[in-house]
Design a protein around this ligand. Structure first.
Ligand code: A3P
Ligand code: MG
Length: 245
């Protein structure tokens, strides 16, 4: 059987290819309709393949009703079929992603993949590596909802706030060395961070809540409002700075 990490990568890649087609064929649609179509088609593909190839596992998806079965399950796939729906719907944007993560009881996120279809890139826990630091000083934040402490942290560490869409796109930019950190607060759901955090942690980066505590998944209320992803050597400085602001 394909390993769970390879399976996650194959799923994210396949959903990403479908999303590229949806984007091309739906270029004339109203942006909201295009985003909805992307969310739904990608979700359908992922659910179908999970049911066929991992039939005993539970699923938590941004785009499906949560029936609670996952709370008793030992293996739960946490998926965001289209992260950065807003950016997906804007022509020319590359900052959107597909997230596929596997949570296992007692172990947390064990296998995960993030696809960035417009860049033709797929990252997975079995292959991801931290690249050299090319984006020194760049701190990635949400374009629409940057955290209130972000400006203070940038001042403390001599950094520059850089807006970008999609949690997965921001986390993978840190992995590629294009930025030092991704800072978020004020609201987010488990599917937004499960795969990105799983991939970067497998590559040795820091990923935690903004108070430094661990990211925990498959909660009854799957809300995880904040996170910090950064190069490991910067974690202490950034967490201390956040605590001050
Ligand atoms: N305050 C908030 N509450 C809930 N979700 C949030 C949020 N801020 C960001 N998110 C979600 O986190 C993802 C990345 O956001 P951003 O691009 O702003 O950084 C998006 O996922 P989706 O596109 O899957 O909805 C977005 O909806
Ligand atoms: Mg999302």
């Amino acid at each position: 059987m394909t390993t769970d990490a390879r399976f996650a990568a194959q799923l994210a890649e396949a959903a990403g290819k479908l999303l590229l087609e949806v984007r091309e064929t739906g270029a004339d649609l109203d942006p909201k309709e295009l985003g909805k179509r992307g969310d739904q088609r990608s979700n359908a593909l992922l659910l179908e393949r999970l049911a066929a190839e991992r039939p005993g596992d539970a699923v938590l998806s941004e785009e499906s009703a949560d029936d609670g079965a996952r709370l008793e399950a030992d293996r739960v796939w946490i998926i965001d079929p289209l992260d950065g729906t807003r950016e997906f719907s804007k022509p020319g944007r590359t900052d959107w992603a597909v997230h596929v993560a596997l949570w296992q009881r007692g172990r947390g996120i064990t296998d995960a993949a993030v696809a960035q279809p417009e860049l033709d890139l797929v990252y997975a826990t079995d292959e991801a590596r931290l690249a050299d630091r090319a984006g020194a000083g760049k701190l990635l934040v949400s374009e629409s909802r940057p955290p209130s402490f972000a400006a203070g942290v940038a001042a403390d560490v001599g950094g520059v706030l850089t807006p970008m869409g999609s949690a997965g796109a921001k986390a993978m930019a840190v992995l590629r060395g294009e930025a030092d950190a991704y800072l978020h607060a004020g609201g987010q759901w488990e599917w937004d961070s499960a795969a990105p955090a799983g991939v970067v942690e497998a590559a040795g980066l820091h990923a935690s809540r903004v108070d430094g505590s661990p990211l925990e998944y498959n909660a009854a209320h799957p809300y995880l409002p904040d996170l910090v992803i950064c190069r490991p050597e910067l974690a202490d400085e950034i967490l201390e700075s956040i605590a001050r602001h």
